[in-house]
Design a binder for this molecule. Structure first.
Ligand code: NAD
Length: 478
């Protein structure tokens, strides 16, 4: 049986203990028992990481993209070989069920493979010149030393998207991973180390998030930042990046609408979307949340969805029969209790669930709420937990207006077999991503990103590499 990780930072190719003297306990959310102690980085530790990343960038940018690709592919294979161990650590610290943790780790390997290949296709351009003998070129270059900030809901996926894109582009990176789930990112980074990524190219630190971001973002050596997390923190970091003229990618929150029409197999759609809703106990930025169901399909769809929610076995993610694990931290349990209390106070109905389970571990029931009045917080606040809101609609334009009424615009889902309706939704939904009649989001080759308050820039796809590159224009005579 895998033991929990040894918690070190990774700076300049070495596994080291940080020097601040400050630390926190890492908890198992299924048991509320401590797993290990995580030390915090001090300013001198961060300075070491910056120096290492400067040196790493100087080395790595000169390594051919062909060779970089080989090293990255080796790392991807190591991630696959070690997937069982990394996944176990991930479940212990984050709470999600083991099957999901394993899927997350394996999909991380696919992300590395994608960027390993895409880095070899960082083509420039030749622009026809006005004069004979002149060559106008656009050369793609790595942007430089980068800083990434990854959250606790997908400790491997969110880290690997930043690492793989930066390294494929020829950049170095200092990554601050989540203090609540530090073990699985360490297992991931070890794969890059063992695959032969040179010292300094990849650095991993933990500490007080605000202290680290406020030091790294303005630092003259850092050329780009990437953050995944909440909207308020994202806005704060983006403003700091703007002030210091740093490029930024912001993957922030959402409140995904799911638009279900009456021409679909409601049982099949309920089965698919309840699987998506309760995955990772709803702590997913693209989690389907506001279910707009056509009035003719409403009773059948909602009835089936409630039955499915009731049938989900909630338990420790390490137990084989658990289908939904614990919430990652007690803050999420409090947030769920508060948002459900608000629904009830305002006259909404809790059709199933709505309560914490037991008093040990952060377990919460798979929940469905209906008849929710417009002023309930859940209709405008991202729940980030196992709660689905059912909303009846009749008119497509009215429904679209409501779906688009929030400041968020990340993922959206639609189910209809009517081509005209599908096109109308694609043309009119205010979201960075729309998937119709299946789940087609968050694959390595697909750009992933939002609009409005959900952020800007993409991770994944060709766009995910571009954000780590700058374009140099060279016009040459002779
Ligand atoms: P939070 O806003 O305190 O933190 C969110 C993330 O940002 C955490 O990973 C945290 O370590 C990091 N962070 C916080 N302050 C920071 C700073 N000054 N500099 C750098 N990083 C900083 O909230 P939380 O309680 O951890 O999470 C709850 C909310 O965060 C959820 O409601 C959800 O909206 C959002 N969230 C979104 C994602 C996502 O995938 N987009 C992931 C995790 C959390």
């Amino acid at each position: 049986m895998t033991a929990y990780e040894t918690l070190n930072h990774y700076i300049d190719g070495q596994w080291v203990q940080p020097t601040s003297g400050k630390s926190q306990e890492v908890m198992n959310p299924a048991k509320n028992t401590p797993l290990a102690t995580l030390g915090y980085a001090s300013r001198p530790d961060l300075d070491k990481a910056i120096k290492a990343a400067e040196k790493g960038f100087a080395t790595w940018r000169k390594v051919s993209s062909f060779e970089r690709s080989g090293i990255l592919r080796k790392a991807a294979n190591l991630v696959r070989e070690r997937a069982d161990d990394i996944a176990r650590v991930l479940t212990m610290e984050q709470g999600k069920i083991l099957a999901e943790a394993k899927m997350e780790v394996l999909s991380g390997a696919d992300v590395i493979d994608w960027f390993a290949e895409e880095g070899r296709r960082a083509y420039g351009r030749i622009i026809p010149a006005r004069a004979d003998g002149v060559r106008n070129m656009i050369i793609q270059e790595p942007i430089g030393v980068t800083a990434g900030f990854a959250p606790w809901n997908f400790p491997v996926t969110q880290a690997v998207r930043k690492i793989a894109a930066a390294l494929a582009a020829g950049c170095s990176i200092i990554l601050k991973c989540p203090e609540e789930t530090p073990g699985s990112p360490i297992g991931l980074v070890r794969c890059f180390h063992d695959a032969g990524v040179p010292a300094g190219v990849l650095n991993l630190v933990y500490g007080v998030p605000a202290e680290i971001s406020e030091y790294l973002i303005p630092h003259p050596s850092i050329r780009k930042i990437s953050f995944t997390g909440s909207v308020p923190v994202g806005k704060h970091l983006a403003s700091m990046a703007g002030l210091h003229m740093k490029r930024a990618t912001m993957e922030l929150g959402g409140h995904a609408p799911v638009m279900i029409f009456d021409d679909v197999d409601t049982d099949a759609v309920a089965t698919l979307t309840s699987g998506l809703k309760y995955r990772n106990a709803g702590q997913v930025c693209i989690s389907p949340t506001r279910f707009f169901v056509h009035e003719k399909a409403y009773d059948k769809f909602v009835g089936k969805f409630i039955d499915l929610a009731k049938g989900i076995k909630v338990g420790d993610g390490l137990e084989a029969d658990s289908k939904m694990g614990a919430l990652a931290n007690p803050r999420r349990v409090n947030a769920m209790q508060s948002i459900i209390a608000d629904v009830q106070e305002k006259g909404g109905k809790v059709a199933t669930g709505g309560s914490r389970i037991g008093n040990q571990g952060n377990f919460f029931e798979p929940t469905v709420v209906t008849d929710v009045p417009k002023n309930a917080r859940i209709l405008s606040e991202e729940p980030f937990g196992p709660v689905a809101v059912m909303i009846r609609f009749k008119d497509t334009d009215e429904m679209l207006k409501e779906a688009n009424s929030l400041p968020f615009g990340l993922a959206s889902y639609a189910f209809t077999h009517d081509a005209k309706t599908a096109t109308k939704l694609a043309d009119n939904i205010d979201a960075g991503m729309l998937t119709i009649n299946h789940q087609g989001l968050a694959l390595p080759e697909m750009p992933f990103g939002g609009i409005k308050d959900s952020g800007y820039g993409h991770e994944g796809g060709a766009e995910g590499l571009q954000v780590y590159m700058v374009q140099k224009i060279v016009s040459q005579l002779g």
